[in-house]
Design a protein around this ligand. Sequence first.
Ligand code: URA
Length: 204
Amino acid sequence: RAAMPKAPAVIGTLEEARAAVRHCTRCDLCRHATQAVFGEGPAGARLMVVGEQPGDQEDLAGRPFVGPAGKVLDEVMQASGLDRGRAWMTNAVKHFKFTPRGKRRIHQSPDKGEVAACKWWLDLERDFVKPQLTLGLGATAAQALTGTGAGITRRRGTVEDTSSGPVLLSWHPSYILRLPDAGRAAEARAELAEDLALARKLLA
Ligand code: URA
């Protein structure tokens, strides 16, 4: 392994951060991912949406939430009256973690060390964007945003105060897609919609 990452040059803007994250070696995920996927949206967004990490399609496209989970999120956001184009969309971890299986790349959840290493970038995004509300999707986002990823079942739909502002937690759309039971999946999707409607209300 090469030497530890150089301390980043002073990063004064989101665009400088986007350029700098391309060279990030804070953890080993940079070794196999295609590219770092930084957040996107208006610099002064009032809502920040934080997922887990880029998936297969995001890794190739270099943009967050453009694959199947993004499609669910787009649909539910739209149905809840939230405009994705006005939100800062990002992930707790900026590189895709996977294991190769034949031609496919199978998603693996980032571990706590990887989440902790990448929090540097998430904190930077939060400092620059200063969202009024941050929506954390799933356990990894909860871990990065609040310090604990446990207990999403009882925490979802509630707002937690953190040193960088209020955080509303909900289900991750990939979790909904993976639920084997169609009835439970529909229920979880309705709960995500409920939480997004609460986000809209809180921002009104
Ligand atoms: N899942 C995530 O958490 N983020 C993405 O960008 C895509 C899928």
